[in-house]
Design a protein around this ligand. Structure first.
Ligand SMILES: NC(=O)c1ccc[n+]([C@@H]2O[C@H](COP(=O)([O-])OP(=O)(O)OC[C@H]3O[C@@H](n4cnc5c(N)ncnc54)[C@H](O)[C@@H]3O)[C@@H](O)[C@H]2O)c1
Length: 287
């Protein structure tokens, strides 16, 4: 399968990431069939895409007729058999090992044998997903960033079983979506999170040690390095629970202290200070 021959894409899960991937694929002119766990979740997924594309129209990034055409190219289902004729699958279901392994086994049964099965997983080994199929050479990671329609990067993740042709497909397909791809081996964190998590943990430890105030830590990075925001502001945006989850996964994989979640992070998550989404993290927000 060549990237330019992809007409219909199956997307598994239409939550935060799946809905963004569906929108991006449909914007590139392809047809999307997304799979969700219930009719209610199909409806919710569709609403996410409608809201996001409406916002794009309001901001002048999409014309109304384009939006209507894009929405017309997306359908949702709860029946995996409706993915029988897709040319590519991008899986973006809940980050749960057994869910994803079971899903890849099922996808292997229902899709055409030459179809590439990609996963947006952040931490589950691509090799595990490949091993659940009869086509591990055609299984790769395609790690998108949130919000998908806006963010320009895809990390392509090559398991030891992924073929060069499949990686080449990933590169070309990234271009078709208007994204830039980088390539990473199959280990937790890939490139971005492997660099980001120790940095964010370091900022929490600085605060915890009383080395500097939260404002000074954030201002130092914002103005000293020209980052759009400081590390504590960034953790509030990501969500402290999400950061803790990723830090735990990385620590589990590498056993390096820089990945270990600082005690303050755990205490804040236990106390429900999860960041912007709940109105309180390192800072207070109006919700
Ligand atoms: N949130 C991020 O910033 C981010 C960034 C990159 C990658 N990811 C990865 O993307 C994936 C999805 O994350 P998310 O943040 O969109 O989660 P989410 O909870 O918003 O969405 C997951 C969706 O998958 C659906 N789902 C679960 N089991 C299913 C099944 N068996 N069949 C069909 N649908 C099913 C759920 O109903 C849900 O709507 C995860 O692997 C995550 O690690 C997330």
């Amino acid at each position: 399968m060549r990237a330019e021959d992809v007409r219909t894409v199956g997307i598994i899960g239409c939550g935060l990431m799946g809905s963004g991937i569906a929108e991006t694929v449909a914007r590139a002119g392809q047809t999307v069939v997304f799979l969700e766990a219930s009719e209610e979740l199909v409806e919710r997924g569709r609403n996410r895409i409608e809201t996001s594309t409406l916002r794009a129209v309001e901001r002048g990034r999409l014309e109304t007729p384009e939006r209507d055409a894009l929405l017309g190219r997306i359908s949702g289902t709860t029946d995996v058999h409706e993915l029988a004729d897709v040319d590519l699958v991008i899986e973006a279901a809940t980050e749960d090992h057994d869910t994803k392994v079971g899903m890849f086994r099922r996808l292997d049964e229902v899709t055409k044998p030459d179809v590439i099965l990609a996963s947006n997983t952040s931490s589950i080994p691509i090799a595990d997903l490949g091993a659940a199929t009869s086509r591990p050479d055609k299984v790769l990671g395609m790690h998108f960033f949130n919000p998908v329609p806006v963010m320009g990067l895809i990390e392509l993740v090559r398991a030891i079983t992924t073929s060069e042709d499949t990686v080449e497909f990933g590169r070309a397909y990234g271009v078709a979506l208007g994204k830039t791809t980088v390539e990473s081996r199959d280990r937790a964190g890939f490139i971005v999170n492997a660099l980001l998590i120790p940095y964010l943990n370091g900022a929490i430890r600085m605060l915890e040690d009383g080395f500097a105030t939260r404002e000074d830590i954030d201002t130092a990075i914002h103005l000293g390095l020209n980052h759009p925001m400081g590390p504590l502001q960034l953790i509030d945006l990501i969500g402290l629970d999400t950061h803790l989850f990723i830090a735990n996964v990385l620590f589990e994989e590498f056993k390096e202290p820089t990945f270990a979640p600082p005690p303050l992070l755990r205490r804040m998550v236990t106390a429900g200070r999860l960041g912007r989404k709940v109105g309180r993290g390192f800072y207070d927000y109006e919700v």
